[in-house]
Ligand binder design. Structure first.
Ligand code: SF4
Length: 438
């Protein structure tokens, strides 16, 4: 049964909180905000403009294109918000800002310059913002802002290095159908944002030099970008991407936990990443169901294929250690229209099968909560998964991890409600707190 379609949003959240008391209400609200996006009042936006801005670190993660933002939200909104207190007595929970001027979730001014998150006019929690780190005020020698070259997310924990802002899977027949990387690049350039398509190794090192000398909050970095199916700057995918961790780890050995998010590559190529000093490898499989993978990830399916993709994930576990192979899936695309599952039960059964498969090998998938971005193929329908799907997925994830005795993933900061910093899903918020996890 979908609760969403028949109830007001607040009633849906409260119904699910009663039905699933083992999932904190903070996580239920967070999932709902992530899948619906949030609106900002003009006054709230003016306050937010003085804090760390949304950097558009890879995709848009918005539910409207920039062309439809009437208040300059794309330049004024913050990267993330922290929800605390309020009528539900929230423990701190960090939520990525996904813009949607018509969302029922709206940030408004409270008393004395404070900010409140409201749902259909009812206060949910207080909103806190993060100051921009001092390195955000620096530029490189060539004039590029650090926010373009090395933005930070997860409340300052993760430096996000999208070194190639485009993908060579191109057009509706090849691009993953939930992904707006190429369209987002175009809209950002059109809007006048400094948005480097290919970042040089030298630019990355120069930015990290500044960050290393001024910052102690960042604990990890991610090197990522679109897929390279032929060559980029005359280099194959592995030759292009491996240069970054090689250079970073040579210059700053062990300074951060190094993560790489690229396609599932053959074992000898993956070994190069490990030899460079990369700690975590994310060969993202996006969706478990075979039929949906073939439709939604048509490019990946054609060039590599689902069976080979999975085989390579398991091969990578030999190289990195299974707990350090963390393939992402996009939570909710199992229920996208027109090809997805029609019921929450079917979608959860399928994804749970995938979680069980990987976790039985010690491999630790994770997810980002899908919001239908309108510049992607699936986003055109604006029909995401119901909230109950996301709540049940959190339970399946937590319980499957526990069944296989898996430790919290490395490179995500502390797990547990009140500690977690991962902002595009609540999976870290619902894990039990653990000591000595970095
Ligand atoms: S491989 Fe798919 S998800 Fe990754 S950037 Fe390309 S289109 Fe987007």
């Amino acid at each position: 049964m979908h609760t969403d379609t028949t109830q007001a949003p607040l009633d849906t959240v409260e119904t699910l909180a009663l039905r699933y008391p083992d999932i904190p209400v903070e996580a239920i609200f967070k999932e709902d905000i992530l899948r619906r996006g949030m609106a900002w009042s003009r006054g709230a936006l003016e306050i937010a403009a003085g804090y760390k801005p949304k950097a558009y670190f890879i995709f848009s993660f918005d539910l409207v294109p920039i062309a439809e933002m009437r208040q300059g939200e794309n330049t004024k909104a913050p990267e993330e918000i922290r929800l605390v207190g309020g009528p539900y007595d929230f423990k701190p929970v960090i939520v990525s800002v996904r813009l949607n001027p018509s969302s029922p979730y709206r940030v408004e001014k409270g008393d004395e310059g404070s900010l409140l998150m409201k749902l259909d006019g009812q206060v949910v929690a207080a909103v806190e913002l993060q100051k921009a780190p001092s390195y955000y005020h620096h530029t490189l020698a060539n004039g590029k802002p650090i926010m373009d070259i090395a933005p930070t997310i997860e409340w300052g924990y993760l430096l996000y290095l999208t070194v190639f802002r485009l993908c060579q899977y191109f057009g509706a027949q090849e691009e993953c159908q939930f992904c707006d990387i190429n369209e987002n690049y175009r809209q950002q350039r059109k809007a006048g944002r400094p948005y480097t398509s290919v970042k040089s190794v030298e630019e990355i090192l120069e930015a990290l030099e500044i960050i290393a000398s001024t910052d102690s909050d960042s604990k990890a970095y991610t090197v990522t970008g679109g897929s390279i199916t032929s060559t980029l700057e005359d280099k194959s995918e592995i030759d292009f991407y491996a240069r970054y961790p090689e250079a970073i780890e040579k210059r700053f050995p062990g300074r951060w936990i190094g993560k790489v998010v690229i396609q599932a590559l053959p074992k000898d190529q993956v070994q190069r990443l490990r030899d460079a000093g990369t700690k975590i490898y994310h060969p993202n499989y996006e969706v478990w169901d075979r039929r949906l993978f073939e439709i939604i990830c048509a490019g990946k399916n054609r060039y590599i294929g689902r069976d080979e993709w999975i085989r390579r994930i398991l091969d990578a576990a030999d190289v990195f250690g299974p707990g350090n192979v963390i393939p992402n899936f996009v939570a909710g695309i199992e229920m996208s229209k027109p090809a997805g599952f029609a019921t929450v039960d079917e979608a959860i059964a399928s994804t749970s099968e995938g979680l069980d498969f990987f976790m039985s090998h010690g491999v630790s998938p994770r997810f980002t909560t899908w919001c239908p971005e309108p510049l992607s193929v699936l986003g055109r329908t604006q029909a995401g998964a119901p909230l109950e799907y996301h709540v049940r997925l959190l339970r399946a994830y937590r319980d499957t991890r526990a069944r296989y005795g898996l430790k919290p993933p490395q490179g995500y900061g502390q797990p547990g409600l009140g500690n977690a910093v991962f902002s595009v899903s609540s999976f870290m918020d619902v894990l039990p707190p653990a000591a000595a996890v970095q």
